[in-house]
Design a protein around this ligand. Structure first.
Ligand SMILES: [Zn+2]
Ligand SMILES: [Zn+2]
Length: 589
């Protein structure tokens, strides 16, 4: 079954179930919380609240989406910037029973996915919220075996609200088993496993609560259904291939790029970048976006740069890029008529950006010629960050430098811009992947911060209190009240204690209680911080039962300190009057 049929079948199926088909909204949205549309529900947001839907209470759509937070990860198995999101929506109409039954029906009957390849996750209860046993029972009644209906926590199976308040609720997700074989983790290989066996294909969100500013939930008067299924991932499952790039949404582009499937399998990464970015470029251009240094224009400029680099790398000529763009226009024209004429426009823009890029390269290089062919890693990085000159390009020009140092600096740079992008562009729908390593690093460093504060208080006295904390995947930064620089001995003793706690393998426990009670028990809080009335208290208890640390905190934390590796303080300095600052890292043992 081709992707075009898969898309059409979805809309037709839900039309037959009384849904109105609503054409995709533009990528450029008037929603101030996002730069570009990132999920199928975005155009319908207001109908989940009080506003009446002009399309009726049941709608279905295939929405153009663009995820800026994933740009740098495109090239692996699954990341995309542009994607098409299929969805069915209920505004105060049907609820869980119908949504689940229809999802199962279309996947197994219309798309003929084997039931044994599907897994169903649901909200198993977390942070004082009860489990969604209703959906568990619905899946069971539909004939799904209990051992493939799996409970997950709030991070995985609870959605929203988007801001500080708004509708939210539990979700159920359908995952596709792409290999039929567990990885080396055996029974632990379940949806979410990092081996990539399971592909999340459909997310069904049950809007049933309203969260107010204080964080408390009340039942929504009008419940709603919001679902999102990436067409690319569904096509992967239906066509039984191992990557979205191997579906008929992308593979035919090879011919136009004057390449063969063999070429692709030989060097998948640059081809995947071309596949994704060509599609992204033509859709952005079709909405009138032009390259610039701000907002949507900057997104376009970035993907054009990566596209040009990948094309140069593969020695693909501009003519072949044009042919691929034309193919895309012809392919999508029937579904998204606004794309008509965009291929030739994209050609012109690519040409202009290519010239602009080579001028930048010339300018960057001209600054260098004075220092000769041997340059420092820092300089090479600066050429990358300022002029977009990649290390490959520099090497091609005959320059020599410490390649590893530059790559490290570039990675760091990307992570920082990615984090900024996530903050700004967070939407919802399919979960963003590829962040697991970073979020794991943050989880560890955050947990280490608890141990650091405990050790500081032991060594320097209990007047030490947290004044601030900032964590990124590379390091922790901890500000605390103390009036003088720490001595070498004190720093060593603090490190020694933290490492001792890590090596002892102490469990981290969590307990919910009223804030007033936590304060009465002397649990540490951060002065001046606003807490909800009900809080989580995280404790680390010594082997002999004595308390190492108890803090009111929202996480994230590891379950056992033994997972942290080796703790090392890299800097101690003044932060402001009466406040010291420590920067520390965790190294692999
Ligand atoms: Zn696995
Ligand atoms: Zn914490």
């Amino acid at each position: 079954m081709e992707a075009d049929q898969i898309r059409q079948k979805f809309l037709k199926f839900f039309e037959d179930k009384g849904h109105q088909i609503v054409p995709s909204a533009p990528l450029v949205t008037d929603d101030p919380s996002v730069l570009l549309t990132t999920a199928g529900m975005q155009p319908f947001k207001k109908y989940f609240l009080s506003e009446k839907s002009p399309f009726g209470s049941r709608v279905t759509s295939c929405q153009k989406c663009f995820r800026t937070s994933d740009i740098d990860q495109v090239g692996d198995q699954s990341h995309l910037t542009f994607l098409e999101m299929l969805g069915n929506f209920s505004f105060g109409d049907y609820f869980k029973t119908e949504a689940a039954a229809w999802a199962l029906e279309i996947l197994t009957k219309e798309y003929q996915l084997p039931l044994e390849r599907l897994r169903f996750t649901y909200f198993g209860g977390d942070k004082g919220l009860s489990a969604d046993l209703e959906i568990k029972e619905i899946w069971q009644k539909l004939g799904i075996s209990s051992d493939v209906i799996l409970p997950y926590g709030r991070e995985d199976n609870f959605w929203g609200p988007t801001g500080r308040s708004g509708p939210c609720g539990p979700t159920t997700e359908i995952h596709y088993d792409s290999t039929g074989q567990p990885c080396s983790r055996g029974d632990q290989c379940q949806p979410g496993c990092s081996c990539g066996r399971f592909v999340e294909i459909w997310n069904l969100v049950f809007n049933q609560y309203y969260q107010d500013e204080s964080g408390s939930l009340s039942p929504l008067e009008q419940v709603g259904i919001d679902t999102g299924m990436g067409l690319e991932r569904l096509t992967l499952a239906v066509q039984g291939v191992s990557s979205v790039f191997e579906t008929d949404l992308f593979q035919p582009m090879l011919e136009h790029l004057n390449a063969t499937p063999d070429d692709y399998h030989h060097r998948p990464k640059p081809y995947r970048i071309l596949f994704d970015h060509l599609r992204g470029v033509i859709f952005l251009v079709s909405e009138g976006i032009e390259p610039s240094n701000v907002e949507q224009g900057y997104v376009l400029r970035r993907i054009i740069r990566r596209l040009i680099e990948a094309a140069d790398d593969l020695q693909i000529k501009p003519d072949h890029l044009s042919a691929a763009l034309k193919w895309l226009e012809d392919k999508y024209f029937k579904i998204y008529p606004e794309i008509q004429g965009a291929a030739s426009q994209a050609d012109l823009i690519l040409e202009k950006e290519r010239n602009r890029l080579s001028r930048a390269i010339q300018k960057g290089l001209s600054q260098l010629s004075a220092v000769g062919q041997q340059i420092s890693g820092q300089e090479a990085f600066k050429l990358y960050s300022t002029y977009g000159l990649s290390p490959q390009e520099l090497e091609k020009q005959g320059y020599q430098f410490d390649r590893q140092e530059v790559e490290r600096a570039i990675e760091e740079h990307k992570k920082i811009s990615r984090r900024g992008a996530e903050k700004k562009f967070g939407g919802h729908g399919l979960k963003e992947e590829g962040l697991s390593d970073q979020s794991q690093a943050i989880t560890k460093l955050h947990t280490a911060t608890h141990l650091l504060q405990a050790a500081l208080r032991e060594v320097l006295g209990s007047e030490v209190r947290q004044r601030g904390s900032d964590i990124n995947p590379e390091r922790l930064r901890f500000d605390f009240s103390f009036s003088r620089p720490l001595t070498e001995e004190e720093l060593m003793e603090v490190s020694r204690r933290v490492n001792q706690y890590i090596q002892s393998g102490l469990a981290m426990t969590k307990e919910s209680m009223k804030l007033s009670e936590a304060e009465a028990q002397g649990v540490l809080t951060v002065e001046g911080h606003q807490y909800p009335t009900e809080v989580d208290v995280y404790a680390i208890i010594n082997r002999d039962g004595s308390i190492v640390s108890r803090e009111v905190c929202a996480g994230p934390h590891v379950k056992n300190t033994q997972d942290l590796g080796r703790f090392r303080i890299v800097k101690e300095q003044s932060s402001s009057a009466g406040v010291r600052r420590i920067k520390a890292i965790l190294e692999d043992d």
